[in-house]
Design a protein around this ligand. Structure first.
Ligand code: V47
Length: 369
C-alpha cells in the first residue's frame, strides 16, 4: 500500500520530466513532501540529463575575501556580522585587500575573486569603487564576483544613486558578476522573523534584473533550514525561475543550509540541517529550476562526502577551491576552508563523474577525461 502511495505521488511528475514539461507549485510541494529520497534523487538526475546534462562536473579555482564584517543589519541567522564597536570587527582598506589578494594569487593562483561583506555604514560608495578598480588593476585576468544584492542596495543608500548607476560604476571599475547572497527566503513572513532589518526582496530582484540587463551575470541562492515551510521554499524557487525567464542572467543556483552556531537560533535549540534535507533541496531545485543550467553542491556547507552524493541528486558543480571562508565557519561549519585542484579532481572522479575546471562564466579551463 505504501508503495502504491509513493508511486501515485511522483509518477505524474516523472511523466512531466520525461516529456520536458515545466513543473508547477503543486509538483514542487509534492517533491518537498515526499519521503522517498532515492526516487527523488533519481528523478532530479533524470531531469538534469533530459535537459542536456552529461557526466561533467564543474569547479573553479577561486579565492574568497571579506573586506569588512561590520554590518548595520542584525540578521538573526548571521554569525559573521559585527557592530563597529565589537572587538573582532574589522574593515580592510583597498590597499590591504589588494596586497592580500596579490600574495594569494602568487601562492595558489585563481581565476575568480568572490567578495561578500557586511553592510558597513561607516564607509562610502567610493570604498567599493576604489576596491574594485584596484583589484582589477592589480589582477586584470581575474574575474571579480563582488557584492550581494543587499550590498548593492546598501550602496544606493550610501551614494544616493540608483541601482543601475551603482552597478554601472562598479562595472566600469571592473566588476564581472554578483554573488547570490541576500536572497534568504523571499516570503515576507520568514523575512520578518529572520532578517527584519533587511531590505524588501523586491530590491533583490530589482538588483539582479538590472545587472542582467547591463550584461552582468549573477548567481542566486536560498537559505533554508530555519523557519521556512515547504511552501515558502517552493515559492522562492519559482520566483527565481520567473526572473530567469525574463532576463536569463543567473549562472547558477546555490542552496545554502542554515548553520545555527553563534546565532540566536542556536540558543533557541536549532540544529544543523540533516543530510536528507540537503539532498532534498538540491534535487527539488534541479527539478523546478528548469531554466538555470547549474546547481551547486557547496562542499563548504555540506562537506565533501555529502556533496559527492548530491552530484547524483541533480547537482553539477561543487563551487571551488575557496581558500578562505568566514561566513559559514563563524556559524559552526567544520569543513575545511580550502581544497586543492587535485583534491577536487579526485573527489569528482570518485563520485563517478568527469572533472572540468571552469571559469566564472562556465567556459572550460581544463578537463580530466
Ligand atoms: O545572504 C549567512 C548566507 C549569504 C549564514 O553566489 C548563512 O556563489 C547559512 O552570498 N548559515 C552570503 N548561511 C554568502 C553568499 C554566497 C555564499 C556562497 C556562494 C555564493 C555564490 C554566495 O550567506 C547570506 C546568507 O544567505 N548565510 N549566515 C548561516 N549562519
Amino acid at each position: 500500500m505504501a508503495v502504491l502511495d509513493r508511486l501515485d505521488t511522483l509518477a505524474p511528475i516523472r511523466e512531466k520530466v520525461e516529456a520536458g514539461e515545466r513543473l508547477d507549485f503543486e509538483d514542487g510541494l509534492a517533491l518537498m513532501e515526499t519521503d522517498d529520497l532515492l526516487e527523488l534523487g533519481e528523478l532530479a538526475d533524470l531531469a538534469r540529463r533530459v535537459r542536456g546534462g552529461n557526466d561533467e562536473v564543474y569547479f573553479i579555482q577561486n579565492f574568497y575575501l571579506n573586506q569588512t564584517n561590520v554590518c548595520r543589519v542584525k540578521c538573526k541567522f548571521c554569525a559573521f556580522a559585527m557592530t563597529q564597536k565589537e572587538a573582532d570587527a574589522y574593515t580592510l582598506t583597498a590597499d590591504e585587500l589588494v596586497d592580500d589578494a596579490v600574495q594569494q594569487y602568487e601562492r595558489v593562483g585563481f581565476t575568480e575573486i568572490h567578495i561578500v561583506n557586511g553592510e558597513n555604514p561607516h564607509v562610502d560608495f567610493d570604498f567599493y569603487v576604489e576596491t574594485t578598480r584596484r583589484l582589477h588593476e592589480a589582477l586584470p585576468d581575474v574575474h571579480l564576483k563582488l557584492y550581494t544584492a543587499s550590498e548593492i542596495h546598501h550602496m544606493t543608500k550610501l551614494s544616493g544613486l540608483t541601482h543601475e548607476q551603482v552597478l554601472r560604476e562598479l562595472q566600469a571599475a571592473g566588476l564581472g558578476s554578483l554573488p547570490g547572497g541576500g536572497a534568504e527566503i523571499f516570503a515576507d513572513r520568514v523575512r520578518q522573523l529572520i532578517a527584519p532589518g533587511k531590505e524588501h526582496p523586491d530590491y533583490w530582484f530589482h538588483t539582479h534584473d538590472t545587472a542582467h540587463r547591463l550584461g552582468i551575470p549573477t548567481h542566486c541562492t536560498m537559505l533554508y533550514g530555519h523557519v521556512e515551510t515547504y511552501e515558502e521554499r517552493v515559492d522562492h524557487l519559482l520566483r527565481l525561475r520567473e526572473q530567469q525567464d525574463k532576463t536569463g542572467g543567473f549562472l547558477a543556483f546555490i542552496p545554502l543550509a542554515f548553520h545555527p552556531e553563534n546565532t540566536v537560533f542556536e540558543r533557541r535549540g536549532w540544529r544543523f540541517t540533516t543530510g536528507a534535507d540537503d539532498l532534498k533541496v538540491i534535487a527539488v531545485s534541479r527539478l523546478l529550476l528548469d531554466n538555470i543550467p547549474n546547481i551547486k553542491a557547496y562542499w563548504i556547507m555540506m562537506g565533501m562526502p555529502l556533496a559527492a552524493v548530491a552530484l547524483h541528486f541533480g547537482a553539477n558543480d561543487v563551487q571551488g577551491t575557496v581558500v578562505r571562508e568566514q561566513i559559514f565557519h563563524a556559524a559552526g561549519a567544520t569543513t575545511e576552508t580550502e581544497q586543492k585542484v587535485e583534491e577536487l579532481v579526485r573527489f569528482v572522479r570518485a563520485a563517478g563523474r568527469l572533472p572540468v575546471q571552469r571559469d566564472t562564466l562556465y567556459n572550460e579551463v581544463r578537463r580530466w577525461d
